[in-house]
Design a protein around this ligand. Structure first.
Ligand SMILES: [Zn+2]
Length: 568
């Protein structure tokens, strides 16, 4: 399936440890958007923004960066604009749960939280499923919820709606009677001009009266939705050249050669529709195309085009679902296969996963350890793993001093050391790095500290990349569903070769340049626990926790301060 490439680009030069997507210029504010003369441009801006936000929802969250087109824009006075608001609101169940807005100079930023749904499945956000259904006489696109129901239903009900209908009783008129009448009509050999129809539109019948001039174009426009809707519902007939209003045969004028061309185009159009199969037969869309001659008195005055579409075994799309994600550093549209698989995947049950991952009781210390007595250098912050930080502190005296100062203002938290967090997260290691430490504490977002052996400006990128990856994994692997940002701080230490004593200097602090909305920086004890839980799942899943540290980290991430274990 060809994936549509998009013009939205990934911003690589950013101080934010986030996926940042550049939407380009957008006019903001309700009054200004209403005043826009170019309605196509207005629509395009809205579409770009929607695609961008959907991509972020599906890629672990991030920021969309909009360059404000209109001058003198004030977020407080002008707002965002109704059409944009509606598009944003249609994507998620609760707007403020997912989006935060912030104006920074000439840019407008939308902070997007990663998509998370309480509904099993629905692991992705979608602008339009492009799966259609017939609701009596109207053709409607299924929203994500309905699409999910539909797909599940297609797996469960193996026996398909039978095509062979019992002939309806003369006195009872059901909808199936219109189908039988439409079928009789389909089997006619010719029609009379202005002949009255015996049936009207129903679940099984769609009638169109197109003028000849744009016939082919109009048919190509309506065919994908209509074929998808009939095939996904119960099959049926599409008649072109009948008047629905007057309930009579009109026909369109055409040459024989036009009809051949029309038939070829219809075939091309239907064969291009994306389908997804759950069955083993994997049949194609089954349809019949017929042209009936229309006679006025004795002379041929036009044609009626008739399509009979059989109910489909699985799912027929009008086109690929409108859902995007970042893949190989590029914004890419999901294929039908990827989309259905993501929609149907129930995903891991994180609370069960967590229970299964807990170390065996015997591995934990028999008596709850009072870490605050002698093991912990600070009363408020727990350092783990013990062997590692003690070794690091003994090798780099400056480090111990620095950490003590850094942790001075921290109210309560856990500082998790690693030889290299980037390695723990399956990224490239860097030799200039002495160690990393991740602080998870209350009242501030997690901070990733990187300690360098030497001054290396390039490592700003390294640290941002590590923080970004960590954030993504907390969400995607660890099942963290709240808003989160991971701040970065880089220190380098001037150590001489003879002495371990040295003074550490701050090289970079993302907290100074990457400004976040308040909802990202407020970490309550609840969110802190959720973060620790997610982190434990990430480390266990990636297999980077050595057995040596396993139970120690577990105890500290999850048990000691908040009594998760003692509650049992
Ligand atoms: Zn099938």
């Amino acid at each position: 399936m060809a994936s549509e490439k998009m013009t939205i680009c990934i911003v690589s030069d950013t101080n934010y440890p986030e996926l940042v997507l550049d939407v380009g210029k957008v006019t903001l504010g309700e009054k200004n958007r209403k005043k826009m003369r170019d309605s196509q441009l207005r629509k395009k801006q809205n579409e770009s923004l929607s695609k961008c936000v959907i991509t972020l929802l599906n890629s672990g969250g991030g920021m969309s960066k909009i360059e404000i087109e209109n001058e003198d824009y004030s977020y407080e006075k002008d707002g965002i604009g109704l059409d944009l608001e509606h598009s944003l609101a249609d994507m998620v169940p609760i707007v403020h749960k997912y989006f935060d807005f912030m104006k920074q100079g000439k840019y407008f930023l939308i902070f997007v939280k990663s998509w998370s749904s309480k509904i099993p499945g629905m692991k992705i956000a979608t602008l339009s499923s492009n799966l259609y259904k017939r609701d009596i006489t109207s053709v409607k696109v299924m929203n994500a919820m309905v699409a999910l129901e539909f797909l599940k239903d297609r797996i469960e009900t193996r026996e398909r709606f039978s095509l062979t209908l019992k002939s309806p009783s003369k006195r009872c008129r059901e909808e199936s009677s219109t189908k039988a009448l439409a079928s009789d009509f389909f089997n006619r050999t010719q029609l009379r001009y202005r002949e009255k129809l015996t049936f009207t539109e129903s679940t099984y019948v769609e009638i169109k009266d197109f003028s000849t001039q744009k016939l082919l174009q109009r048919i190509k426009e309506i065919l994908p939705q209509n074929v998808s809707a009939f095939a996904n519902t119960r099959g049926g007939y599409l008649f072109i050249g009948l008047s629905e209003e007057k309930q009579e045969v009109i026909g369109f004028k055409a040459e024989k050669s036009d009809l051949d061309k029309l038939e070829r185009e219809i075939e091309k159009c239907i064969s291009k529709l994306p389908v997804y199969h759950f069955c083993t037969e994997k049949k194609k869309i089954n349809y019949l195309c017929k042209f009936l001659e229309v006679y006025d008195e004795e002379s041929l005055c036009g044609y009626v085009c008739m399509l009979k579409i059989e109910p489909f075994c699985c799912a027929v799309f009008a086109k690929n679902p409108d859902s995007w994600h970042v893949e190989d550093n590029e914004v890419t549209q999901l294929s039908v296969e990827e989309w259905v698989q993501l929609m149907m995947d129930p995903g891991p049950d994180f609370s069960r996963l967590f229970e299964e991952m807990k170390p065996q009781r015997s591995m934990l210390s028999p008596i709850p350890y009072d870490w605050s007595v002698d093991k912990v250098p600070s009363e408020k912050v727990t350092y783990i793993p013990e062997i590692l930080y003690k070794r690091l502190f003994s090798q780099h005296e400056g480090l111990a001093q620095l950490i003590r100062e850094e942790m001075g203002s921290v109210h309560q938290g856990t500082l998790i050391f690693s030889k290299s967090w980037s390695l723990d997260l399956d990224l490239q290691e860097n030799q200039s790095v002495i160690c990393d430490a991740l602080l998870i504490s209350q009242d501030r977002p997690p901070v990733l500290y990187t300690f360098l052996r030497e001054l290396n400006e390039e490592l700003k990128g390294y640290s941002i990349q590590t923080a970004l990856t960590l954030k993504k994994k907390l969400v995607k692997i660890g099942g963290y569903t709240g808003k989160v940002c991971v701040m970065t701080k880089i220190y380098w230490s001037e150590e001489s070769s003879t002495s371990t004593e040295g003074s550490a200097r701050l090289l970079y602090d993302s907290g100074l340049s990457a400004i976040y909305p308040k909802s990202y920086t407020l970490i309550t004890s609840q969110t802190m626990n959720d973060l620790k839980k997610a982190l434990f799942i990430v480390l266990k899943t990636l297999g980077t926790l050595s057995n040596e540290f396993d139970s120690e980290i577990f105890q500290h991430l999850l048990s000691n301060q908040h009594g998760l274990l003692s509650e049992e």
